[in-house]
Design a protein. Structure first.
Length: 319
């Protein structure tokens, strides 16, 4: 009986010890698992923190790089502007100039809000308004106009001869002549069709502000803005390319494109009394816009040409 009792007690004690061992092992395992989880979480948090720190560092580098580029870009613009001002010299009050890099958006402006007589440079926005009306079916591209000597005749540049003026002339032909040859009669016929007030209303809409309506006035800044709209063609007007193509093939080459490649220069000159102007989109690898207006400037055409060359050389060397 004693032996049996000892056996039972021994078995019970063994079971208790085994259970205690299992419990101890389980607790130890739980503790180890808990430690592993805690360590893993800590490691994960540290990794996330590291990633966040790396992101912050990268963003800081990007921001710093952008600031440096902006700083360098502004420095370059200041240097270019100073170079132009030095070249222009005492004629500085007789000129309005705007340069826009169409990729970077960098600009140089000299008297860009000063009014000048637009002369024949107005023929570019006139054609933009004309072809907006064609696109909107307000004017037919195949429509023709009849010449009226009382309202359309004007001396100066042009290619329309007396035989052509005897018959109706297609809108497209008049548009081409107004840019290619700066034809004044063709321009007057088109403006008569568009309407003077309607033309100015549409130019104001494009610019987003009022213009000087007391005469054929513009500014270097406004002309550059209009060229930018022509270049971007956000309305996808299929006729805008025709304007640009004609500007590239104009017969006049004594100003902006005199000392730079003519085949990449879409431009329109303008002359009136002491005013000599030229506005252009120059299609280098980094296209840019240049509008120059002058009044009472000695040797204006050659000075415009030299200013154009200075900017062209900068554009090529800096990109």
């Amino acid at each position: 009986m004693k032996t049996k009792t000892k056996y039972i007690l021994g078995t019970a004690l063994t079971s208790i010890l085994v259970f205690a061992f299992i419990l101890s092992s389980t607790s130890s395992l739980k503790l180890r698992v808990s430690n592993i989880i805690t360590a893993s979480a800590k490691s994960s948090n540290e990794s996330l923190n590291d990633i966040q720190q790396e992101k912050i560092a990268i963003n800081h580098k990007i921001t710093s790089s952008k600031k440096e580029k902006t700083k360098d870009s502004q420095k370059n613009m200041d240097e270019l502007k100073n170079k132009l001002i030095t070249y222009i010299g005492s004629d500085i009050t007789n000129i309005g100039l705007t340069y826009i890099d169409l990729q970077s958006g960098n600009e140089v402006q000299i008297n860009s809000t000063k009014d000048f007589l637009a002369a024949s440079t107005v023929k570019v926005p006139m054609n933009m308004v004309l072809f907006d009306m064609v696109k909107d079916n307000k004017i037919g591209i195949n429509d023709t106009l009849v010449y009226s000597e009382d309202s359309d005749y004007e001396e100066g540049t042009g290619e329309l001869d007396s035989s052509q003026l005897q018959s109706p002339i297609p809108i497209k032909t008049l548009s081409d002549y107004s840019i290619l040859y700066s034809d004044n009669i063709a321009t007057n016929m088109l403006i008569r069709k568009i309407g003077v007030d309607n033309l100015k209303d549409n130019i104001e809409t494009k610019l987003g502000h009022k213009i000087n309506r007391s005469g054929n006035y513009t500014t270097a800044g406004d002309s550059a803005t209009l060229l930018k709209l022509l270049y971007e063609n956000s309305t996808n007007n299929p006729y805008y390319n025709n304007i640009i193509n004609n500007m590239k093939h104009t017969i006049f080459h004594d100003r902006i494109d005199k000392n730079i490649p003519q085949q990449i220069t879409a431009h329109k000159i303008g002359n009136y009394e002491d005013y000599a102007n030229d506005i252009a989109i120059i299609y280098t690898d980094h296209p840019y816009i240049l509008s120059i207006f002058t009044n009472n400037m000695t040797d204006a055409n050659n000075k415009i040409a030299q200013i154009s060359k200075i900017i062209y050389d900068y554009q090529i060397d800096s990109n």
